[in-house]
Design a protein around this ligand. Sequence first.
Ligand code: ACO
Length: 370
Amino acid sequence: MTATKGLEGIIAAQSSICSIVDGVLCYGGINVDELAEKASFEEVVYLLWNGKLPNRSQLDELNKNLGENAAVPKEVIDSIRSYPQGVHPMAILRTAVSLLGLYDQEAQDMSAEANLRKSIRLMAQTPTIVAAYARIRKGLEPVDPDPKMSLAENFLYMLTGEKPSETAIKAFNTALILHADHELNASTFAARVTVATLTDIYSGIVSAIGTLKGPLHGGANEAVAAMLAEIGSLENVEPYIRHALDNKQKIMGFGHRVYKNGDPRAKWLREMSKALTKQVGKEELYQMSVKIEEMVTSEKGLLPNVDFYSASVYTALGLESDLFTPIFAISRMSGWTAHIMEQYENNRLIRPRAEYTGPVNQHYIPIDQR
Ligand code: ACO
């Protein structure tokens, strides 16, 4: 038995939700480029859950369900008020979503119908939790969700209490689509491993949130924002990146386990970054990002992943950098729940083996002889 470090190249499941073939990313067989250009995030949610795009009445029903389920139990909001200051919003989200499970009377109902209803609630309530916490930590009251708004509009509205611009809604909708699913990425795999024991959907989602939080995965977008802030100006890019490369430091937002010729989502975010930073007078952020890309690509052969330009996109949208990964979680909730439901449909316990590398033929030595 020989271990494959990081399970690289291992096919660990069959799935009809999302494919990555020759660097092309598709949801339900539709190229993500087409979806990013034409779809609403809600259509993508339906596609991931059902394997096909919704017709008008199916989309209306989903929108209605998401709107009606966006409010979070008062007990959860009260609990968020009591969480310690300075805790990372991903830790808050992980805890609050776990708490949602306590107040969901269907939490232990393992029927497919109940799991779909829970998926709707998780999808609808995650933005409400993130926005509520973002306000509570500033001493502001949470803003109630507006059931008539799209998920993208509603989230931005709940953050500020003001109706967002059409540009912001469109950009955020596209970002949600681009982050919605990505086959067996680490957090989705964690969710599938968890629910393959036939535990409940909330347990699977809590595993996924905890996994996304790490800087090698979803946490990279916040790390990119921190790097941009530390660099501070276009002229500082060159010495900063040179020093990092010379010292073999990782440059966050670059490299990918699956894409070696470029992440198809990055070009969208690069264009959005260019347009949005210009609109808000923060072009230097985009220029710095381009310069970093040029250096890292020419010197290391590494290309930007989905997290690199999303940092400047979200900054231009006025979002706080420690909310970037929770925003990723809002979007990926669609993919996580789709994969969890697919796992339940055709389940087998996921239990690989380890290659043992420890000592052999040892004996118990009484404690006073050690
Ligand atoms: N900066 C500098 N060097 C890098 C980077 C990077 N961002 N990424 C990979 N490398 C180097 C590694 O040091 C390694 O070099 P070596 O062979 O000389 O030791 C080589 O490229 C291979 O890298 P691995 O880490 O083995 O590649 P792996 O497939 O395991 O990791 C990962 C992929 C985690 C994304 C990696 O590229 C990385 O850490 N990137 C930075 C973090 C990041 O942006 N994560 C977000 C990924 S997208 C997402 O999860 C949503």
